[in-house]
Design a protein around this ligand. Structure first.
Ligand code: SF4
Length: 137
């Protein structure tokens, strides 16, 4: 999929997509001022960049203070900073065989106990004895 960036994509793949990403149509030339509110790259800045960087991008876009590639380089740096710990955690989980399975099984066992307790309360209010119900906990 070329119109989306996956959270686990490599830095190289992310940069390749950012490089060709559409920008504000008003910025045909480097000297043309832009409208960041019309630009997907700016929307991504709002998700990944720090507030001072977003303000800087907004200003330089509107004043043609820098080009779109400069802007994309800032976004790339912000994205890599944000995604690095997520990617490291994903790698860690992939390396531990059965880890997610264990977590799911443990969660399911806890849910089963809670569900049984809730149903016991429901049965008590309805006047149904639990020894009439076959269930495993
Ligand atoms: S400078 Fe940044 S926000 Fe402005 S049009 Fe270019 S990529 Fe978009």
């Amino acid at each position: 999929m070329n119109n989306a960036i996956g959270l686990l994509e490599s830095p190289e793949a992310i940069w390749e997509k950012l490089k060709i990403g559409a920008t504000c149509p008003h910025r045909q030339r480097r000297s043309d001022p832009g409208h960041p509110e019309h630009c997907n790259i700016f929307t991504m800045h709002q998700a990944f960049s720090k507030l001072d960087e977003i303000a800087l991008v907004d200003h330089h876009c509107r004043t043609a203070g820098f080009g779109c590639i400069d802007c994309k380089k800032i976004l790339y740096k912000s994205m890599i900073e944000e995604l690095a710990p997520i990617q490291a955690r994903a790698r860690e989980m992939n390396e531990k065989a059965g880890y997610i399975q264990e977590i799911l099984q443990s969660g399911a066992a806890k849910c089963k106990v809670i569900a049984w307790e809730v149903m016991e309360e429901v049965r008590a209010r309805l006047g149904i004895r639990s020894d009439q119900i076959k269930a495993e906990v």
